[in-house]
Design a protein around this ligand. Structure first.
Ligand SMILES: C[S@@+](CC[C@H](N)C(=O)[O-])C[C@H]1O[C@@H](n2cnc3c(N)ncnc32)[C@H](O)[C@@H]1O
Length: 443
């Protein structure tokens, strides 16, 4: 077993115990170190912040394990999808749910079975059907790409051996333009060995904590932007406790030096794709499977897709297929079809770019008119220069095509756009190029 795996097993064992203990038992540290570190309540509240005033607070979900209030800076809006990493008994997930309302969704991820069971029981008691708890490792989350508007987490990443993996997972699961708000424990300076031990005992979170600058550096390296330290609070360990682990000289040096354990809350955005990052190219036969998948997810027909996907354009962001549009050409006419963009990429005018580029392509193929049929997007296509036409005005070539006759319910709207001809005929271009012999001077 690798060191990382054995560390994770230790963490899992510890949180299985924690899930079965009372809040007071756990609150001695953000990581619930239990009776081994109880000191007459001296450490109660050192890490955790007061949740009880937050909207959506659920006492049964608050095991006293947090070290900040990530939801305070998470800018969660009604209808948002939120992921809570290391959700424990659901403390932050229920607060997030109060902000998303019934129209949103909250997904809590935790790898400790006893925590998941506790969180699910809490959700069940409250009758929430839009808060879901999934058992899994946040280094490889059981969540699809680009689904979350917001990711939150409270005092968890410090426990994870490979924090870079977690930030990559956050990036993967956030929608472009989404953001995270994470509370966690970090260090500044090398703690004296004895204090490191004390910190591990009294604040178990600290054992896996890394330097603040490294933590922020990892976030930047992952590709996040607008990285903002919303809160930066030193966790002050009292002398009486320090004295149990380090000498009075070391205490003095510690107090004077730039060393410390900090609870931070950090915010960052996943960048939105700029127009330049959206790549558009002609489809190849090998794209058929991914195009079919995208069309199916958009509820569009796929049975009649030609295997060549001729006259289909595809849009990619970071190598991922995010949009498609195709034209079936019959003589002088084209039928625009299969215009679909992945839900999380719908704010970037990708459909508009695909349709514009296809129109240019049709112009070069001497198509005179483009037609389409729609039940839901009449207003959208009107903005792209299509006008509504009567079915009787549709040319026979299009009306009799399999796509039109097979897929056009009587309730659907038929729309048309004239395709302007290129200024120079291809034939003329060919003739022009044939004269381009060396020294002819015509080029
Ligand atoms: C300190 S507790 C915080 C719980 C919760 N965020 C809260 O504030 O109440 C840490 C939680 O993270 C979970 N955890 C730790 N490492 C994890 C990992 N690699 N993947 C998923 N969950 C993890 C633990 O099981 C535990 O429930």
């Amino acid at each position: 077993m690798t060191t990382d795996e054995s560390l994770k097993n230790l963490v899992r064992e510890k949180y299985t115990e924690v899930a079965n203990q009372s809040k007071d038992f756990n609150a001695a540290s953000c990581c619930g170190c239990g009776p081994s570190c109880e000191t007459d309540g001296e450490f109660l509240g050192i890490m955790a912040e007061d949740y009880t005033k937050l909207s959506g607070y659920v006492a049964d979900a608050d095991l006293g394990l947090g070290c900040g209030l990530p939801t305070q800076f998470a800018q969660i809006k009604e209808g948002d999808t939120v992921i809570d990493l290391g959700s424990g008994a659901g403390n932050d997930a229920f607060v997030a749910r109060a902000a998303t309302g019934n129209s949103g969704k909250v997904i809590g991820v935790d790898f400790t079975e006893a925590m998941i069971a506790k969180a699910r029981a809490n959700a069940e008691k409250l009758g929430f059907n839009n808060v879901e708890f999934r058992q899994g490792d946040i280094e490889a989350m059981p969540v699809s790409d680009n689904v979350a508007d917001v990711v939150v987490s409270n005092c968890v990443l410090n426990l994870v051996p490979n924090k870079a993996n977690v930030f990559k997972e956050i990036y993967r699961t956030l929608k472009p333009g989404g953001h995270f708000s994470i509370s966690d424990i970090v260090l500044e300076g090398e703690l004296p060995a004895g204090l490191q031990h004390a910190a591990e005992m009294y604040a178990g979170c600290v054992s896996g904590a890394i330097q603040k600058s490294d933590y922020l550096g990892l976030i930047e390296k992952t590709g996040f932007v607008n990285i903002t330290l919303q809160k930066d609070r030193e966790i002050v360990l009292p002398d009486s406790i320090l004295a149990e682990y380090i000498s009075s000289e070391e205490i003095e040096a510690y107090r004077k030096g730039n060393l410390g354990i900090y609870s931070i809350t950090v915010y960052a955005d996943k960048p939105s794709p700029a127009a330049a990052e959206i790549r558009i190219r002609t489809a190849k036969p090998t794209d058929k499977e991914s195009v079919t998948e995208l069309l199916q997810s958009a509820g569009l027909p796929t049975a009649d897709l030609s295997p060549e996907l001729s006259n289909f354009l595809l849009a990619f962001v970071d190598g991922q297929l995010v949009g498609t549009a195709g034209v079936e050409v019959t003589g002088d006419y084209g039928l625009l079809r299969s215009v679909a963009v992945k839900e999380s990429f719908r704010n970037y005018k990708i459909a508009q770019r695909l349709v514009n580029d296809l129109t240019k392509q049709m112009r070069l193929q001497w198509v005179k008119e483009l037609y389409l049929i729609t039940t839901t997007a009449e207003t959208y296509f009107a903005k792209q220069g299509f006008e509504k036409v009567e079915r009787t005005a549709v040319p026979t070539e299009i009306a009799q095509s399999q796509q039109f006759s097979g897929l056009c319910p009587s309730s659907a709207t038929v729309m048309k756009k004239s395709v302007e001809k290129p200024k120079i005929k291809l034939l003329e271009l060919e003739q022009a190029s044939s004269c381009c012999t060396p020294n002819s001077g015509c080029c």
